[in-house]
Write a protein that binds this ligand. Sequence first.
Ligand code: SAJ
Length: 427
Amino acid sequence: MTFQKICVLGMGYIGLPTASTLATHGLEVVGVDVNQRVLDVLRNGEIHIHEPGLRTLVKAAFQSGNLRISDVPETSDAFIIAVPTPITSEKHADMSHVVSAAESIVPFIREGNLVMLESTSPPRTTVDLVAPILEQSGLRPGSDFFLAYTPERVLPGQILRELIDNARIIGGINPQSAEAGRELYATFVRGDISLTGATTAEMVKLMENTYRDINIAAANEFSRLAERFNVNVWEAIQLANLHPRVNILKPGPGVGGHCVSIDPWFLVEAAPDLSLLIHQARLVNDGQPAFTVSVVDKALGGLSGRRIAALGLAYKADVDDLRESPAMEVAGLLAKGGAEVITYEPFAPTTSASDCKPAESLKQVLEGADAILLLVDHTEFKQMDPNQAAGIMRGRVAIDARGVWERDTWEQAGFKLFVLGAGEWDV
Ligand code: SAJ
């Protein structure tokens, strides 16, 4: 089977890099999105996402003449659905974008085509939700056209490299569909490609992020226990990880982003009676912003009237993504608790959290602050000079919710440094 023309639905964090990579590998690609702003930005040769190397890749894809942007799908050899699957406030998977994307390609499916779903989805989505929609074309999935699920596994910040180098799982609704998927992805994937069933591939994706969520939940719970017992959790984790079969992740202000903090809910929703540990881990991680606030409260001896410079709002280091960000929640809770909170997010300097004010530079956020609070370990913040901060701030309290600042350096600059989970409250 040869693929010449591919239609990619959804020009977001996954769809845009995938479409551009296919185009730079010589395939004709139509990138489809329903958001007018996204279409306008891309058509102007700009990008709407911060991701290292993406601008250059998209530019190369346009320059190759192989990538076009459109608001509607076209007949193609293969369709890749890479639209968001957010979660509702009741923690239910919102599959409306997948449904509309699948519906939008029904008129364009032809015999021998391949349809790939990449959006993270609850178990059985490909067979129970997508296949019946595509059947409206009058063609039968599995025999007249191929249908498969492939989870994306790329880490924001390293998407371009991981898209090519990571191992891929391709789950077909039958073996022929999986094989067709392999042929398409083999055009650019260097990692191993494993074939399986569609529902297994969906489960694999959810299990990977759930496993990470549970591991971080353990780390976060350890940070609370460490505070109780006056133990430094960072040292304790480092020592525990010397064990050859232990790898505890890092505690922090909570778990955010649109993957790890969401995907476990898909399993909880699908089988609540069987997902007790998964559910509990979610609650632990969702409770971590409040725990972070209690650490700040203790460090400052109360929040009321304190001016806090909150560094970072993104969900993790060196990305611009604010979705489900625990840093946003911490800042909002501090303000609600009576503190005057000024935030600074270098990747989105005009954005702030609720009841907080944005600063547009590091210098500005520090001016007159009683305390400096590190919420996101962006490189700029990890490398900052505490002596400079001391020259601008009013107070000398530093609170590190990511465990990255060096105690000696901050103390030499005259700060009292409090680190989340580090105990030592009586020192
Ligand atoms: N976090 C911690 N402690 C840690 C690691 C992370 O508190 O030790 C926090 C981060 O600060 C962030 C959240 O967890 O708020 C999630 O960040 P992450 O780096 O763990 O993961 P994501 O959401 O950026 O990307 C994950 C990855 N999944 C796994 O590593 C299993 C990525 O490979 C997936 O492709 C991505 O989800 C996705 O799209 O599903």
